[in-house]
Ligand binder design. Structure first.
Ligand code: UT7
Length: 335
């Protein structure tokens, strides 16, 4: 997608947070019939972090990640104009972003949630980009955070082995066009396939006697793993190629491939489809599992901290998941 920008966008800081509690594959094999060998071979996941304890929610992780990002650049939270929280696991169906705004004391910021499951961070980054590049806002905090552990059927071995909890945050600011780091994007949705990965609401009570209103609750994550696998491996490379082509760029110009951390086999298969060396994949799914909207900013923060990414590196970021929704963002890293 061509960007119509009167301003550029620069990345000022990243931060992340994961719960302390670790669940290994061995521990999981005591809950469901599975094995470390099966999980590692099929997914590359060795362990994941889970938010344990009562009254802890996505807010705790998102707040910690945001405060870490702010402290890295000694920025006052009062400088933030907008907070976008990508999450599918809010602690309030009306949204959780406003509670984060209050917790980090970003009193001048507008705050809202954006729900797009594992593509949430990509969609939030693009949304933030529109506000910054049009000149509407100067400084935006984008957070990807999820606690899918609260919505997993822990007796279903086909899903409970995959997911973990976490949060990642990034602070973006408008800048001159010549310093712009957000090169382009490409987004897609196919609602016909929504049933392949969903967390459905189900009417499970008798209707109200007079009003005939049915009420219910949300169920557990339901997934057709094979279909999601095929979808990711076929559609994500196409999105990346479309995005690069629109920018008159080629795969050879990619320094790092930062994909939603769903499954290491999916990441490798996508790189292979692009004829890209697997050395260029940024990966941490082995330690955290699939953290949904958090996975991309979590890897970005780690790679930034470890000094893995260098000045001027081109990073191709792709998210994919429930909706089904998928998309790509291309950025140029500046130190
Ligand atoms: O953000 C996007 C989120 N979703 C994903 O990324 C999911 C993408 N899909 C996948 O990653 C893979 O499809 C899975 C890892 C979920 C499953 O791998 P698979 O190679 O597609 O396995 P499968 O579902 O075809 O199952 C193969 C066998 C079955 O047994 P039978 O029917 O061959 O006897 C399953 O019952 O493996 C069995 N199985 C397990 N065995 C041990 C399924 N889950 C497990 C398990 N441990 N946890």
């Amino acid at each position: 997608m061509k960007l119509f920008a009167i301003q550029g966008l620069k990345i000022l800081a990243t931060g992340s947070a994961v719960p302390d509690s670790t669940l290994s594959n061995h521990q999981l094999s005591e809950i469901v019939q599975t094995s470390d060998e099966w999980i590692v071979t099929r997914t590359g996941i060795k362990e994941r972090r889970l938010l344990t304890g009562s009254n802890r929610s996505v807010i705790d992780l998102a707040t910690e990640a945001s405060l870490k990002a702010l402290s890295k650049i000694s920025m006052s939270p009062l400088e933030i104009d907008l907070i976008i929280l990508a999450t599918s696991t809010p602690n309030d169906l009306f949204g959780s972003a406003s509670q984060i705004q209050a917790k980090i004391k970003a009193a001048k910021a507008v705050a809202f949630d954006l729900t797009a499951a594992c593509s949430g961070f990509v969609l939030s980054f693009v949304t933030a980009g529109q506000f910054l590049q049009s000149g509407s806002y100067k400084t935006i905090l984008v957070i990807g955070a999820d606690v899918l552990s609260k919505w997993i059927d822990w007796s279903d071995r086909s899903t409970c082995i995959l997911f973990g909890d976490g949060a990642g945050a990034i602070i973006l600011q408008s800048c001159s066009i010549k310093d712009n780091q957000f090169l382009g994007f490409q987004l897609n949705t196919d609602g016909r396939q929504y049933k392949n990965l969903s967390l459905p609401y189900i009417d499970d009570s008798d209707p109200h006697t007079f009003l005939n209103i049915h009420q219910g609750s949300f169920n557990y994550i339901a997934m057709n793993g094979k279909e999601i696998y095929k979808f990711a491996v076929s559609q994500v490379p196409l999105s990346i190629i479309k995005c690069l082509t629109s920018l008159h760029m080629t795969v050879d110009e990619i320094d790092w491939l930062l994909l939603h951390q769903a499954n290491e086999r999916i990441l490798t298969a996508i790189a292979e489809k692009l004829s890209l060396s697997t050395d260029k994949i940024l990966v941490n799914v082995g330690r955290y599992g699939n953290t949904s909207a958090a996975s991309i900013p979590l890897v970005l923060d780690e790679s930034n901290e470890y000094g893995k990414i260098s000045n001027n590196d081109v990073i191709v970021i792709s998210g994919f998941g429930a909706g089904l929704t998928w998309g790509t963002v291309v950025i140029r890293w500046k130190r």
